[in-house]
Write a protein that binds this ligand. Structure first.
Ligand code: CP
Length: 304
C-alpha cells in the first residue's frame, strides 16, 4: 500500500505518469467514469478547506465512487478527545482511501503508520501540501508546456506557506530551475529548505523583499496568502497581511507569457483587476486540481 505524505514519496517518473493520466482524463473523462465504482473516499478535514476537500470529493464522484467524511474537527469525535490514530483505524473500516488535512505538522504521517488504507496528506500545518504541488505541476505543464528551464518567483508567506515548501521540493528535481524568493524579512523561507533542498541540489536562488525587482525575468509568479491562522499575535499579522498586492502596474515589465499562480484562497495579495489578464492562471489551476487528484486516487488504489 502506498501513501502520499510528502511530494518526495513520488519519484519524478511517477509524477510524470500522474500528469499524463490527468491529461488523458481531461481529454476523455467518460473513459474514467466508472473506474472507482463501489470504492469510497473518506475526506477527514480537521482544518477548513474549499478547494482541496471539494476537488477530492468531485474527483471521486467523477470516477464513479462515493464519498464520506467530515469538514471540521468539531463535527467529529475529535471534539470528545479521540486521537488521530484511533480515528484513522476506525475510518479505515468504512473507506478504501483517506484524504486528510490537519493543523499539526506530521499528523498524516502518524495516521499512515496506523492506517489499513492509503492516506493522502491534504495539508499538515505549515509543513506540506503535496496534492497542491501536483496541481501546480499539472498547471505549469499545461500552461508552459514544460517543467524545466523556468525562473519561478515565489511571493508572500514563504515561512509558513506549505504549498511553497512542497513546490520547491518538487521543482528542484527539474533542469535549469531558478527561484526568486520574495518575502518580508519575517516571512523568509526556512533555513532547512535552503540548506536541504536548494543548496544541496545546487539550485540557483535569490532572496528579495521587492516584488518588482526581478519581475522581468519570471516565467512563473506564484503568489501566496499571509496566513492569519499561523500567526501567534494579531499585531504581526495586521502589519504583514497587505505587504504585497499584485496589480496591473506591478506587471508592467513582466513577460507576455508569464504564468501567475496562486493556490487560493486569495485575500488581498492579487488585485481583482489582474483576474482578466490572460496571464492570470489561478482559477484554471483550481480546475486542474480535480484532474490530478483523480489520477492520484487511481494510482493509490492501483486501478489501471
Ligand atoms: N489551495 C488550498 O489548499 O485551498 P483550500 O484551503 O480551500 O483547500
Amino acid at each position: 500500500m502506498k501513501n502520499l505524505i510528502d511530494i518526495t514519496d513520488l519519484s519524478k517518473n511517477e509524477i510524470e505518469e500522474l500528469i499524463k493520466v490527468a491529461k488523458n482524463i481531461m481529454q476523455e473523462p467518460e473513459k474514467f467514469s466508472e473506474k472507482c465504482k463501489h470504492k469510497k473516499l473518506a475526506t477527514l478535514f480537521f482544518e477548513p478547506s474549499t478547494r482541496t476537500r471539494l476537488s477530492f470529493e468531485s474527483a471521486m464522484i467523477e470516477l464513479g465512487g462515493n464519498v464520506i467524511g467530515f469538514s471540521s474537527a468539531s463535527s467529529s469525535s475529535t471534539a470528545k478527545g479521540e486521537s488521530v490514530s484511533d480515528t484513522i483505524r476506525v475510518v479505515g473500516c468504512y473507506s478504501d482511501i483517506i484524504a486528510m488535512r490537519h493543523p499539526k505538522e506530521g499528523a498524516p504521517l502518524v495516521a499512515a503508520l496506523k492506517s489499513t488504507v492509503p492516506i493522502i496528506n491534504a495539508g499538515d500545518g505549515g509543513h506540506n501540501h503535496p496534492t497542491q504541488t501536483l496541481t501546480d505541476l499539472l498547471t505549469i505543464s499545461c500552461e508552459k508546456k514544460r517543467l524545466d528551464n523556468l525562473t519561478i518567483g515565489l511571493c508572500g508567506d514563504l515561512k509558513f506557506g506549505r504549498t511553497v515548501h512542497s513546490l520547491i521540493s518538487a521543482m528542484s528535481r527539474y533542469k535549469n530551475i531558478k527561484f526568486v524568493l520574495i518575502s518580508p524579512e519575517e516571512l523568509k523561507i526556512p533555513e532547512y529548505i535552503k540548506e536541504e533542498i536548494l543548496e544541496k541540489n545546487h539550485i540557483e536562488y535569490v532572496e528579495t523583499n521587492d516584488i518588482e525587482e526581478y519581475m522581468k525575468d519570471l516565467d512563473i509568479l506564484y503568489m501566496t496568502r499571509v496566513q492569519k491562522e499561523r500567526f501567534f499575535n494579531e499585531e504581526d499579522y495586521v502589519r504583514l497581511k497587505d505587504y504585497y498586492i499584485l496589480n496591473k502596474n506591478k506587471l508592467e515589465n513582466a513577460k507576455k507569457d508569464l504564468c501567475i499562480l496562486h493556490p487560493l484562497p486569495r485575500v488581498n495579495e492579487i488585485s481583482v483587476e489582474v483576474d482578466d489578464d490572460p496571464r492570470a492562471c489561478y482559477f484554471k489551476q483550481a480546475r486542474y486540481g480535480k484532474y490530478i487528484r483523480m489520477a492520484l486516487i487511481l494510482k493509490l488504489l492501483d486501478i489501471k
